[in-house]
Write a protein that binds this ligand. Structure first.
Ligand SMILES: [Mn+2]
Length: 405
C-alpha cells in the first residue's frame, strides 16, 4: 500500500520579541525568549526519531519581516540536522515573514524547498515509489487580502496531494483576513490533506479529508493558553491518521479559586491554598506562566494589599525552580453580597445609579485620554466587548463598596 508520513507545523514565530514582558525576572524572561527555538527543536527531534518523509511548515516561520540573523541561524541549524537525516522540508512564508521584507539571506541546505509567490506544485518521491504533489505559495507582501484558493489546481500523476496554505478560514475575526477561503472550497479540490497556517489556535476543520490548523508551537502571551505543538500525519491508501505532538517549552495557563468554597481564614491559609494550585499546574521539565483569579473574595478584604502580598509570596518561592510556575497576575473578584433590588428600595439614588450603569456604552470615550497618551498607547491593546463589560461590572462593585461602607 502507498504510504507516507510527515509532520505538519505552522506559525513558529521564531525569535518573537515577547514584548510587554520585560518586567519579568531575567531568568524567566530568558526562558520565554528561548521558548520558540526550544519548541521548534522538539519538533525536529520528533521528525528525526520518527523518520518522517518530510516536514511541512505553513508560514510565519520568522516573527519579523527582517528575519533576525539569530532566528535564521538557529533555523538553519535545524534544517542542517534534518538534511543529515535525509528529511525534506516544504515551507511557505506568511504575513509575518513575507517575501517583501528586507533581510540578510542565509542559504538553506538542499533539503529545504521554499514555495515562491505564485502557487506552484512540487513533487516528492519515496524510495518505495510513492509520489506526492505539494501545492503552495508564499506571501509576497504583508497584506495578501485576495482569495488565492482558485490558484490551487490539482495536477494528476501522484498518489497523494497536499495543499499548503497560510490564510484565514472565513468567519474567524481574531486574525487578519488574509488569503481567505471557505472550507467547502478546500474540500472541492479533492486533495488528501490541507496543511493550513495563520490561526494560532489548534483546529481540525475537517477529518475527511483532513483540513488542519496545527496552531502555533509556543504561546507568546496570556491569550495563547495551553500546550501547543504540531501534527504527526500518516497517509496510507485512503486512510489518514493524525497525532498531536506537544512542543511548547513554556505554557500559559489560567486558574480559578473559589474563595466561597475554601477554608482559607488567614493569609497563611490562602498562601498554602495557592501553593497547591501552583503544584497542580507544574509540568515536569517545562515552565508555566499562570494567571490566577480569586472569586467570591469577601467584601471586607483589602483586595489591593492582598493581591500584592500574595503575588510576592507566590513568585518568591518559584524564582529558582527549573520547572517553575510563575504567577503573572492575581485577579480578584469580590463576592457580590448586595442585591440591586434591596439597594433600590433603600434610596432612589441607587435606582438612578443602576440605570446609568446599564445604559453606559462609552468605555472607549472614557478611556480615550489613556489610549492617546504617547507612552501608554504603545502598550495598550483595544479592549474587546467582554473586557469592556467586565470593566463596567468592576466599576459598579467599586462604587457600591465606596458608597456603602
Ligand atoms: Mn502567525
Amino acid at each position: 500500500m502507498k504510504k507516507i508520513t510527515f509532520i505538519h507545523a505552522a506559525d513558529l514565530h521564531l525569535d518573537s520579541p515577547m514584548s510587554g514582558l520585560k518586567h519579568l525576572p531575567e531568568a524567566i524572561f530568558d526562558r520565554l525568549q528561548e521558548s520558540t527555538f526550544r519548541a521548534f527543536r522538539k519538533i525536529t527531534d520528533e521528525a528525526i526519531n520518527r523518520q518522517v518523509d518530510f516536514l511541512i511548515i505553513s508560514g510565519d516561520i520568522f516573527d519579523g519581516e527582517d528575519r533576525s540573523i539569530r532566528a535564521q541561524t538557529r533555523f538553519r541549524k535545524e534544517m542542517d540536522r534534518l538534511f543529515k537525516h535525509d528529511i525534506q522540508v516544504y515551507l511557505i512564508h506568511g504575513n509575518h515573514d513575507h517575501l517583501g521584507g528586507s533581510w540578510v539571506e542565509l542559504n538553506m541546505p538542499a533539503n529545504v524547498h521554499i514555495f515562491r509567490d505564485n502557487v506552484e506544485v512540487l513533487t516528492y518521491n519515496t524510495s518505495e515509489g510513492t509520489s506526492v504533489h505539494l501545492y503552495g505559495f508564499s506571501y509576497v507582501k504583508k497584506h495578501v487580502l485576495e482569495r488565492r484558493i482558485n490558484d490551487y489546481v490539482k495536477k494528476t500523476g501522484a498518489d497523494f496531494h497536499i495543499g499548503i496554505l497560510h490564510g484565514n478560514h472565513e468567519g474567524n475575526s481574531d486574525h487578519g483576513n488574509y488569503a481567505p477561503f471557505h472550507l467547502r472550497e478546500l474540500i472541492e479540490k479533492e486533495f488528501d490533506y490541507w496543511a493550513l497556517g495563520h490561526i494560532h489556535k489548534r483546529t481540525v476543520l475537517s477529518e475527511m479529508p483532513a483540513v488542519v490548523y496545527p496552531g502555533n508551537i509556543q504561546g507568546r502571551h496570556k491569550k495563547e493558553t495551553g500546550m501547543k505543538g504540531c501534527y504527526f500525519v500518516s497517509l496510507a491508501g485512503t486512510e489518514t491518521k493524525l497525532e498531536f505532538i506537544p512542543a511548547s517549552d513554556v505554557i500559559w495557563e489560567k486558574a480559578e479559586l473559589d474563595m466561597a468554597r475554601s477554608e482559607a481564614a488567614t493569609f497563611g491559609d490562602l498562601c498554602k491554598l495557592c501553593s497547591m494550585v501552583l503544584e497542580d499546574h507544574r509540568h515536569e521539565g517545562l515552565a508555566t506562566i499562570l494567571q490566577i483569579t480569586l472569586k467570591n473574595v469577601s467584601f471586607e478584604t483589602q483586595t489591593n494589599v492582598l493581591a500584592e502580598e500574595l503575588l510576592e509570596v507566590l513568585q518568591e518561592q518559584e524564582r529558582d525552580e527549573e520547572s517553575f510556575v510563575w504567577t503573572a497576575s492575581i485577579q480578584i473578584e469580590e463576592r457580590i453580597d448586595w442585591d440591586r433590588d434591596r439597594l433600590k428600595s433603600e434610596a432612589d439614588f441607587y435606582s438612578e445609579l443602576f440605570n446609568i450603569i446599564d445604559k453606559y456604552d462609552d468605555a472607549e470615550g472614557t478611556l480615550s485620554s489613556l489610549y492617546s497618551h504617547p507612552a501608554a498607547r504603545k502598550y495598550l491593546e483595544r479592549l474587546t466587548k467582554s473586557e469592556q463589560s467586565a470593566l463596567i461590572k468592576e466599576s459598579e462593585q467599586l462604587l457600591i463598596r465606596l458608597l456603602y461602607q
